[in-house]
Design a protein around this ligand. Sequence first.
Ligand code: FDA
Length: 393
Amino acid sequence: MVHNKEFDIIIIGAGAAGMMCAHIAASKHKKVLLLDHSSRLAEKIRISGGGRCNFTNVNTNPECYLSQNKHFATSALSRYTPFHFTEILDKYNIGYHEKTLGQLFCNEKSQAIIDLLDQLCQENNVTRLMETSIISLDKINGRFKLETNRGIFNSETLVVACGGLSIPQIGASGFGYQIAKQFGLKIIDTRPALVPLTLNQETLASFSPLSGISFDSITSIGKVSFRENSLFTHRGLSGPAILQISSYWQHGESIKINLLPDKAIKSEILDNRSSNKLLRNFLHDFFSERLTERICELLGINRQLSQLSNKDIDKITSFIHNFEILPNGSEGYKKAEVTKGGVDTKFLDSKSMMAKNIDGLYFIGEVVDVTGWLGGYNFQWAWSSAHAAATSI
Ligand code: FDA
């Protein structure tokens, strides 16, 4: 039961960004209310990184983010870096390790991060209310007034940390965008990102024997490319390299996949030009059996290397290094790790995250049109944007 309903700051959304902002702002002797409609705290942290939360990436830099304004994230990211976050983990003895590509994961379960943020909120006397639904919200006489199922609360400052639309089954909602619109801010069209892509029935039928097969790859669209594993699924394509490129993909566009990033298949064939080995047996040195079978079937070539024409070699090379596939959609918000788009950064001050047109109204975390690559970048944005807001309030 909360008796006093007057606060300096109300934060909507007790997720990664909301909890981070709450404890930093409260440490400056501000009275902070952190509220969330969900019954469970920071569910996305809990399920992230396969249960071990990939909480940041040591290679974080603004280039790893998509936004209509490429430079918007620079200020916040440079003032609160991955090392600031690991400093807190070190202080509280929370173990972590680097997996690949600069990705830092907890040694134990993700819950360790939730417990730490919760502890920091408690140490700084943040008032936290879960299962709190906002019925209406307004700004009256310079103060934000929130009517909720637990009564009316008001504050001088309102921080919107509601996240994006991905995984609605655990509490994601478009409420942050609704608040932005209510106060005259624009929204950059939202869509699922870091998401598996689907294929039409015909293409799917042709690749269904490969379902479950993961392979090293470079996926690319135009000049953007990612080197990680790709995976055929029973609905289409997944794996880190596909999730990464999905954030750049648009309907109607095909994706190029280099199936053999470390070798040049043409020189490999030319080096063995006099061999009587069948192409299938030769390719099996580079690919799994099922993938080899499929490549040969799709190429329609299975001669001995000595019998390959120059045209054959060009066809094989193009297929292996420039394999083109046309997705027909994505698996949507149910499977997307993040939402691309969101509150238009043109309306926000990049140093403080405050709305330029409404004093005291802040937007942080995923609700903002800043979308990170896969690999800890999205949590880093949550921490950095939360820090930017909390230190400027
Ligand atoms: P977040 O979504 O964390 O929090 C928003 C909060 O607002 C929620 O608690 C929600 O209940 C609440 N809320 C929503 N609507 C509300 C309303 N109407 N009223 C009140 N409260 C409301 N990133 C990364 O960097 N590394 C990783 O390993 C992963 N892994 C990962 C796995 C999976 C399965 C998903 C879905 C996502 C990831 N991510 C990730 C992305 C990462 O989880 C995400 O970018 C951050 O959680 C965003 O933090 P926010 O605090 O902005 O939103």
